[in-house]
Design a protein around this ligand. Sequence first.
Ligand SMILES: Nc1ncnc2c1ncn2[C@@H]1O[C@H](COP(=O)(O)OP(=O)(O)OP(=O)(O)O)[C@@H](O)[C@H]1O
Length: 322
Amino acid sequence: MNAVEVTGLRKSYGKVDAVKGVDFAVAHGEVFGFLGPNGAGKSTTISMLCTLVNPTGGSARVAGHDVVKERDEVRRNIGLVFQDPTLDSYLTAEQNLRFHAELYGVPKSVVDERLRQVMEMVALWDRRDGKVQTFSGGMKRRLEIARGLLHSPRVLFLDEPTVGLDPQTRSAIWGYINELRRTEDITIFMTTHYMDEAEYCDRIAIIDHGEIVVIDSPEALKAGVGKDRVQIHTSDDQAAIAALKERFDVDAGVHDGAVTFAVASGEEFVPRLFAELGLPITGVSVHRPTLDDVFMNYTGSTIRDAEESGGMNQMMRARLRR
Ligand SMILES: Nc1ncnc2c1ncn2[C@@H]1O[C@H](COP(=O)(O)OP(=O)(O)OP(=O)(O)O)[C@@H](O)[C@H]1O
């Protein structure tokens, strides 16, 4: 049985079509990622799967239950870690978790052991008596993950679990996720706009403007690009784009502040470029395909460009949320 099954799922907010009819399935035990720029519809999708937002159309089943008709059953079977902290900062770490165990009806006989297990996993057992208001951002996120796991959910939903955290904490959180994959019988559904994090998923769906553009494993997606990305810096980008088209029949655009294009073998192409472009080049870099290239291949822009043109960047959204 699939842990998540989604058919034609849609959500509109007035005139904004946040999610435009998506179809996908997540297998039991999989780590599945939704990758896309801010505003692509990731949070809206995850919110519908968690029964926090009602779909406008289509259907979804999570852990075998319909997200609209069997809301309570879905809620009992899922764990949530969302972008906005929902811990009670006046309570200690342990009190927060005990409160949650009570809410979810975790049997008294297992609470103590499970509490210790999840707190040890996120390295907070020694800090269990500390009030949450004294915790750093990374500690709070780790505690949220422990809480999301406390009632042994079958599917854990993580909405941008590492956003706003320092690189060390981000990598620690991925350590916990990988440990979970090994030790618990759990399916993980997460959203991210970090390419490097999407690499850790078994499969990812790339989402843009409310639509899934492709679903596959990160390796298969990168292999499918088949081209290297070359970026050059010149004094006249438009002239360079025209010369690339004229001399090499290569289509280029300006992305992330550099003239960018894809060719089959970047390293062999660069010497020809210097010899034949007919314009001074002040910098050059060649990249093997990344998930950003996959994104660009399918959408025509990089994730960063998409976020900048999307109007509201992460920082502005975070400010609005506060
Ligand atoms: N409650 C709401 N009311 C109106 N529009 C909304 C609401 N929630 C989301 N939207 C809009 O729906 C679109 C998708 O937003 P969503 O938050 O799902 O994107 P996202 O990919 O999760 O981005 P982020 O990671 O920044 O949250 C955006 O255009 C957003 O402005």
